[in-house]
Design a protein around this ligand. Structure first.
Ligand code: C5P
Length: 402
């Protein structure tokens, strides 16, 4: 289940290419993500895959004709395009692409697209020579001019045995494009910096002080902010997670490096979200060679690291357009009280509090249970949610304050 696709109405338009069989799986996958899928098919699509298959998989009536008046007596080519959040054309054949490029409406699929106001995603799939033909190239360029999103086909072996471009795009790519297309661009024009991951405080070339943070929460925030149109810089401590698409990543290791990186960008930001678990202390002395067993003094003197967020909060009073500051608090005792204290102490606008005692949420997992507190006293207690959904809820709260 994806909360972004949940209850979203997707109108899937299938035209007659061999890749049509793949849309059976796509229909299932969309439903598993919680989407409501309605299918319409061209005449030739029905030769490759039956309406019965798609009706069974979508759980909805499949539309094949312009002239079948529905129960509510609305014409299908108008009603279908109105009752959806997004139209996905897959596979889009050279013929369907040509029809759309020229505004022809001699079948249901092209008529619905011409009459619709929803976003349209088009996944061309055909033989490589047809795809590269100037007629198809020009038609695809036109579709882009009309504001449709064209997801390029993949390269590889085609059903006809040729190699080249023309394979229907991979489902995961298409799924991400669908999510991007239906996500509101409500953070467009905003510059957001997110810190993520743990920091490593080296003791010698081998050993270090660190913590159990995985970086998942910070990475989810960076990805979600970028999806909603923000320009995002992520300052990340060591993490094995793949950086989100379109996010500028500044990799750091220690708290002092994180401090320097954040200071460099801070004044240009609208929002700074400190999701990193910054080590509060570092070893006072760095040993250039590995510390051997059997040393007599086993005590470990520590020095406090800069509190980056506190410093940003202090600077607020000197600047009129200071960035909105969001902190995280991972607490094991009196978590709400502690969070409230940090919000005031560090002069934050918003704080996300984790109860690290909760067994179902926390550092390495994909889920989190967070309470949000803002500087106006608003409390939002969230249930256990995926870190992706928590990220969106935090961004909603930020948006309210912006
Ligand atoms: O005071 P505490 O470390 O619990 O506060 C947590 C918040 O402060 C987090 O948002 C964390 O990223 C930030 N922090 C920081 N610099 C530190 C320690 C924590 O910015 N040295």
């Amino acid at each position: 289940m994806s909360f972004q696709l949940s209850n979203k109405r997707i109108l899937l338009g299938i035209s007659g290419g061999i890749a049509a069989y793949k849309t059976a799986d796509w229909t299932r996958a969309l439903r598993q993500d919680g989407a409501v899928v309605t299918v319409m098919m061209t005449e030739s699509a029905q030769r490759f895959i039956t309406p019965l298959t798609l009706a069974a998989l979508s759980g909805n009536k499949v539309h094949t004709s312009m002239f079948a008046i529905a129960d509510d007596e609305r014409l299908p080519h108008i009603a279908l395009g109105r009752d959806c959040d997004l139209i996905l054309l897959a596979p889009a054949t050279a013929n369907t692409i040509a029809r759309l490029a020229h505004g022809l409406t001699d079948d249901l699929v092209s008529a619905v697209v011409l009459a619709a106001q929803a976003k349209v995603l088009i996944c061309p799939a055909m033989n490589g020579v047809m795809y590269r033909h100037p007629a198809t190239t020009h038609n695809i360029a036109r579709l882009k001019e009309y504001g449709y999103t064209v997801i390029p086909p993949a390269c590889g072996e085609l059903a006809c045995g040729d190699q080249g471009p023309g394979r229907l795009a991979e489902w995961e790519t298409v799924r991400q494009e669908i999510i991007a297309a239906i996500t509101p661009q409500d953070l467009q024009g905003k510059k957001i910096m997110v810190s993520a991951g743990p920091t490593w405080e080296a003791l010698d070339p081998v050993c270090l002080l660190t913590n159990r943070a995985s970086g998942k929460m910070g990475y989810a925030l960076a990805a979600a902010a970028r999806r909603r149109g923000a320009e995002v810089i992520m300052v990340s401590g060591p993490s094995s997670i793949t950086p989100p698409f379109g996010v500028k990543v500044v990799s750091v290791v220690s708290a002092r490096e994180m401090h320097a990186a954040i200071r460099q960008w801070a004044t240009a930001m609208d929002v700074i979200i400190m999701a990193a678990a910054v080590s509060d202390y570092r070893p006072s002395r760095y040993e250039p060679h590995k510390i051997k067993k059997g040393v007599t003094d086993t005590s470990l003197p520590l020095t406090a690291n800069p509190d980056i967020l506190r410093e940003l909060g202090e600077q607020k009073k000197d600047t009129r357009c200071a960035p909105l500051l969001v902190g995280f608090a991972a607490e094991s005792l009196d978590h709400l009280e502690e969070g409230r204290r940090k919000l005031t102490d560090k002069k934050l606008d918003l704080i996300a509090i984790n109860d690290i005692k909760a067994e179902d949420a926390g550092f390495a997992g994909d889920n989190n249970r967070v309470t949000l507190l803002d500087c106006h006293g608003t409390v939002e207690e969230m249930p256990l949610l995926s870190k992706e959904e928590v990220a969106h809820r935090i961004l909603n709260a930020i948006l309210r304050q912006l």
